[in-house]
Write a protein that binds this ligand. Structure first.
Ligand code: UD1
Length: 457
């Protein structure tokens, strides 16, 4: 049987004390609702409907256009929220799975098990229940003497005796579509004016329909996020799952608790992640790399065999066998070709650095293109900003820049040229020439007399 899913995500989440819609608070780098969408997408649902309310546009933008959205203008309870999806699902004959957008820990495996049991037992409703350390606030599961579920009683309506029940409703429900809609219409509002989806259970039991209750293998899957404390708990669980997935795929993580990896990150086999490393966003790291200790990568691509030590790398691309650090900062638009060596205290942005080039010590390279096998002496700086605009610097292949060269952009240094230590280069240097001084003068062709003067590799 086909399955359609509805994710309820209209609530603001007042206990989060936030202007941001609750379901958009990030968990392991992604809005929490994305984790729910991913888990349910693993079942390849026929239709996936998201019920939105608070922050409609923000939620739609975060999830994208590949899902169906319905708006619940007033948040009148979970029963009312599900009713908004009726016109999109009625008559399709699918099994309807209802999930909460603030339960990011649910897994595809558990959802699959619920669906299988629901269909096998021909249940009208299947629910997921668990036993939290403190059941306060949850809908309590009422069972008869034979142990059959006979209903769910919400906290607001529960008697003192019912409040003592330890088994609670997770919120996830599975329905036979043909049964669902006509019965959903019949739900009456509770004392607080809310239409409780959970009232459907008593209706089904009254009619002699089968109601099934299952528990997740791991009860942490049932954690819902109501406060920032729950958010931190969910974060810890997902981060541990990400680390375990990577370790099982061949990545060494020397100190898992101090290594933070977003669920979107990819890492290749035989890469070693050293302590206090943070990998965020759309970062993809190849195989056989050594990352960290103390490195922070965001939205960056790193090829095979790279080494990164104590550095911050954002929006950068590193080809194979690149070395960075310690203590360097690669900013967006940095592209290091294979075999590049970036050493200590170097900042690079919007620049291409050609194969085998070395930028060893204390440099700023911005808005520049450096060719292959260039040697950038210690303290070299591209002076790319004239106070109003940015300008580019071009350094061709096999150039040797002496220590403390100031490249006042726009400027270009021709292939095989050299600059002396402390040069302030304000004019283009022709290929094969030697330039020196402040401002640097061109002094004929490269000769051996200034070779290596004050320059470091
Ligand atoms: C719900 C369950 C309760 C269960 C608990 C588990 C009902 C009536 N109660 O209670 O049995 O133990 O979850 O966490 O279902 N939402 C809407 N529109 C609304 C109301 C809610 O979209 O009008 C969405 C929220 O955005 C959220 C989800 O439904 O994603 C759950 O809503 P919430 O108000 O947190 O439900 P609880 O009162 O906790």
């Amino acid at each position: 049987m086909e399955v359609s899913a509805v994710i309820l995500a209209a609530g603001q989440g007042t206990r989060m004390k936030s202007k941001r819609p609750k379901v958009l608070h990030p968990v392991a780098g992604e809005p929490m609702i994305k984790h729910v969408v991913r888990a349910v997408s693993g079942l390849h649902p026929h239709r996936l409907v998201v019920v939105v309310g608070y922050g409609v546009e923000e939620v739609r933008r975060a999830l994208g256009d590949e899902y169906l959205y319905v708006e619940q203008e007033e948040q009148l309870g979970t029963g009312h929220a599900l009713l908004q999806a009726r016109q999109l699902l009625e008559g399709k004959g699918d099994t309807v799975l209802v999930l909460f957008g603030d339960h990011p820990l649910i897994t595809t495996k558990t959802l699959g098990r619920i669906l299988d049991e629901h269909e096998k037992e021909s249940a009208a409703i299947t629910i997921l229940t668990f036993h939290p350390p403190d059941p306060t606030g949850y809908g309590r599961i009422r069972r008869d003497r034979a142990g059959q579920v006979v209903g769910i009683v919400e906290e607001a309506a529960a008697s003192e005796e019912e409040k003592g029940i330890g088994e609670v409703n997770d919120g996830l429900l599975c329905f036979q579509e043909g049964w669902l809609w006509p019965h959903l219409e019949k739900i009456e509002p509770g004392s607080q004016g809310e239409y409780y989806l959970t009232d459907l259970l008593a209706l089904a039991v009254e009619e002699g329909e089968r109601v099934l209750a299952l528990s997740p293998e791991d009860e942490e899957e049932a954690l819902g996020v109501d406060s920032r404390i729950d958010l931190a708990r969910a974060e810890a669980v997902i981060r541990q799952r990400v680390r375990e997935r990577l370790m099982l795929s061949g990545v060494t993580i020397v100190d898992p608790p101090s290594t933070f990896i977003d669920s979107t990150v990819r890492v290749g086999e035989d890469t070693v992640l050293h302590p206090q490393t943070i990998l965020e966003g759309e970062t993809a790291i190849g195989g056989g790399c050594s990352i960290g200790p103390g490195s922070h990568l965001r939205d960056s691509k790193v090829g095979d065999g790279c080494t990164i030590l104590h550095s911050l790398i954002e929006g950068a691309t590193l080809e194979e066998k690149v070395h960075v650090g310690p203590f360097s900062h690669l900013r967006p638009g940095t592209h290091l070709a294979s075999g590049v060596h970036v050493g200590n205290f170097v900042e690079i942005k919007e620049s291409y650095i050609g194969p085998g080039t070395k930028v060893g010590h204390f440099s700023y390279i911005g808005d520049a293109t450096l060719g292959r096998e260039v040697n950038v002496g210690a303290g070299t700086i591209t002076c790319n900003y004239d106070g109003e605009r940015k300008h580019r610097t071009i350094v061709e292949d096999h150039v040797f820049l002496g220590s403390d060269t100031m490249l006042v952009a726009p400027v270009s240094i021709g292939a095989g040229a050299k600059t002396g230590a402390g040069s302030v280069v304000t004019k283009d240097v022709p290929p094969g020439s030697l330039a020196y001084g402040a401002p640097a003068r061109v002094k004929g062709k490269v000769k051996s007399e200034l070779e290596g003067e004050g320059s470091h590799s």
